[in-house]
Design a protein around this ligand. Structure first.
Ligand code: SF4
Ligand code: SF4
Length: 352
């Protein structure tokens, strides 16, 4: 349900216009936060809303506008609810239908048909040796790491399993792309929850910002980011210092939305020098990949990422981040392999 109070609270001041990454690229009022609030107000007044699909669909749900809003509006939540309201009336873009069908038929947002845990072979393991009947903690790899960054997934689990972390026997998409775009994710959620409950899991550890916020805020589970896990165990990782500087890109759904800022920085500073990006922490600009924008509006997504790369300090050898979606989008927009996961940096510095 759309929160009417949130929509009415918007005083049209326009403070959000200065930061909205999709508005920065597209330039039309209907593609900034204030314009979106106005359109959602019309939907609440009874308008059909099909004309608002692109306005709503191009919001990355980065929440930078919430940070700026003097009236306390949280537009990304309102946008998600408005997308849900439209989808419930069967008003959705073709890309949303394709995304839903892909996840429904393959269990992952990329439509891959190969084994999700195929990356275990890099560790010389298989699903039966990596899972236990019961475990306090499990690693949730997510679709992007499982299929696009198998080495990062393997490096992550290679570290985590030293501390007793296990795997779900048959992880599915967490449902984030469906929930963020207003679609039904109950099938994914029920299947993951069934396995989590059967294993009596206490904490789910994940290296994906989208999975993190979904497992924590939509499933209501106890969740730990890989960055947090590494920060708490950094003294046990046998790290040797590396002689270069890196910068750190805060994933929106890990940093601004869930407050994970210090932990990745603590890990980086154990390894090498950290030079901050021009906009960082609460003010970090979006990579353009979230909220379904990468799936539905590829050019916009790419251009937002390209502009984010302008914030990189020249001294940085690598742009480190803590989300495979950010790694993907920033590398494709001009990062050319310089954008790496925090775990990849740790692996460079680990003595074993
Ligand atoms: S959440 Fe981000 S993309 Fe969406 S309206 Fe706010 S600033 Fe713009
Ligand atoms: S900053 Fe907040 S109150 Fe001002 S226009 Fe944007 S959403 Fe509305």
């Amino acid at each position: 349900m759309i929160d009417i109070d949130q929509v009415r609270r918007c005083v049209r001041c326009g403070a959000c216009r200065a930061v909205c990454p999709s508005f920065e690229v597209l330039g039309w009022e209907s593609f900034n936060t204030r314009g979106r609030m106005l359109l959602i107000g019309k939907i609440l007044d009874g308008a059909d809303g099909s004309w608002a699909l692109d306005s709503l669909g191009t919001c990355t749900t980065c929440s930078l506008c919430s940070q700026m809003c003097p009236a306390g509006v949280a537009p990304s939540r309102v946008v998600e609810d408005a997308r849900r309201a439209l989808a419930s009336r069967k008003i959705a873009g073709a890309w949303q239908i394709e995304l839903r069908d892909r996840i429904s038929s393959t269990g992952n947002s990329l439509g891959e048909v190969g084994r999700r845990q195929g990356w275990l072979s890099i560790l010389g393991a298989d699903a039966s040796s990596a899972t236990k009947e019961r475990a306090d903690q499990v690693y949730f790899a997510g679709c992007m790491a499982s299929y696009r960054y198998p080495e990062t997934a393997a490096r992550t689990f290679g570290i985590l399993r030293r501390f007793g972390v296990s795997l779900l026997p048959s992880e599915r998409c967490c449902g984030s792309p469906l929930l963020r775009t207003g679609l039904d994710a109950s099938e994914c959620m029920e299947e993951n929850l069934r396995q989590i409950n059967e294993m009596d899991v206490d904490v789910v550890v994940t290296g994906c910002a989208g999975c993190y916020t979904t497992l924590k805020n939509d499933y209501g589970l106890k969740v730990m980011s890989v960055a947090d896990f590494l920060a708490s165990r950094v003294s046990e990782l046998e790290i040797r210092p590396l002689d270069f500087a890196v910068t750190y890109h805060d994933p929106c759904h890990l940093g601004r939305v869930n407050g994970i800022f210090d932990q990745p920085r603590k890990v980086i500073k154990e390894i090498c020098e950290l030079e901050e990006m021009r906009n960082s922490r609460e003010l970090a600009r979006c990579c353009g990949g979230g909220g379904g924008v990468r799936a539905g509006y590829k050019d916009l997504s790419r251009e937002i990422a390209r502009r984010r790369l302008d914030d990189v300090p020249p001294e940085a050898k690598y742009i480190v981040t803590a989300c495979p979606m950010c790694v993907r989008n920033l590398n494709e927009a001009g990062g050319h392999g310089r954008v790496i996961d925090l775990v990849d940096l740790v692996a460079m510095a680990c003595r074993r």
